[in-house]
Write a protein that binds this ligand. Structure first.
Ligand code: GDP
Ligand code: MG
Length: 301
């Protein structure tokens, strides 16, 4: 239902920003009720701007999930941060996620600096409230409220979905009246090919540690539907920076690669609603994270 006192439908763009691991992708997925953004317990999982469309009777909100904003030296990470900052100019409102269980996080200072000249409404979303005792919430919100002017401060648990409805209602108060910008059955503008590659990358994040997830990129080389068979053949290359990383990704008797493939295939099948034949290769591409041409080829720049 449209808001009382105002006629008509609302629509607009909203960016979800925050430090790495704040729960941005978890929030986007909960908002959409579908997994369009991959998630891990490691920082810097999201590398691109992920668009997600939420339809309600009151209107349509187009969300941007973004890479975590952090001070960084590597070229890849700097481009990731740029992607997040660039959304400031494109949106009607910004949701800044901070974590309820990490009130002393000085990484947030840097994010506030990037917002200094920004005149768009900024909502502070205090995420992960399921991790703190209820009584701690008010003092934490009070503390956060002194950091800057926020349009609203909304406590949520993106994991459990608590408070998310309130967040959406607050956003609709801010958004302008406008037409439906995307068709109702569309939840993202990302091609299935990209999502398949991301699900493979997510499994690498889940199953490997230290430098390996960060040194990994996935290139989907082939994505073909076998007509009349409800079967999709996907061939993808997982690229890493060093031979030793390649060895770990493949694992003894190919076990690691098999497990990555098995977990990814299950999720890609659920996503596409088809059987999937997934073939994975591992390739060494030295220093790709600092190589502008490699970054462009991968879509990171
Ligand atoms: P992003 O880097 O900001 O996109 O963060 P992710 O969405 O990838 O989440 C990072 C980690 O935080 C994952 O392990 C999530 O399961 C976890 N997480 C996200 N939201 C919540 C929450 O509300 N409560 C709890 N307990 N964990 C959360
Ligand atoms: Mg993310």
């Amino acid at each position: 239902m449209a808001e009382e006192g105002k006629s008509g439908f609302k629509s607009g763009f909203v960016s979800i920003i925050g430090r790495p691991n704040a729960g941005k992708s978890t929030l986007l997925n909960f908002l959409l009720g579908e997994k369009v953004a991959i998630i891990s317990d490691k920082p810097q999982t999201t590398r691109n701007r992920i668009l997600g469309i939420k339809n309600q009777a009151a209107g349509q909100i187009i969300f941007f999930d973004t890479p975590g904003i952090h001070r960084s030296r590597s070229r890849l990470n700097q481009s990731m941060v740029k992607v997040a900052l660039a959304t400031y100019n494109e949106v009607d409102a910004i949701c800044l996620l901070m974590e309820a269980d990490r009130p002393d996080n000085d990484e947030n200072d840097f994010i506030l600096e990037t917002l200094q000249a920004v005149e768009k409404p900024v909502l502070l979303v205090v995420n992960k409230i399921d991790l703190i005792p209820k009584n701690d919430l008010l003092p934490i919100m009070e503390r956060y409220s002194r950091l800057r002017f926020f349009e609203q401060i909304i406590p949520i648990s993106a994991l459990r979905g608590e408070g998310v409805e309130i967040l959406v209602a607050e956003l609709f108060k801010i958004l302008p009246e406008g037409p439906k910008l995307f068709p109702e059955d569309m939840i993202t503008d990302l091609p299935e090919r990209f999502l398949a590659g991301e699900l493979i990358r997510e499994k690498v994040f889940r199953l490997t540690r230290e430098e390996i997830p960060y040194a990994t990129a996935v290139v989907v080389e082939e994505f073909k539907e076998r007509e009349g068979k409800n079967l999709i053949v996907i061939k993808a290359t997982i690229q890493v920076e060093r031979d030793s990383q390649k060895g770990i990704l493949i694992g003894g008797k190919g076990r690691m690669l098999k497990e990555i493939g098995r977990l990814a295939r299950k999720e890609i099948e659920a996503l596409l609603g088809a059987r999937v034949f997934l073939e994975l290769w591992v390739k060494v591409e030295k220093n790709w994270r600092e190589d502008p041409r490699a970054l462009r080829r991968l879509g990171y720049e």
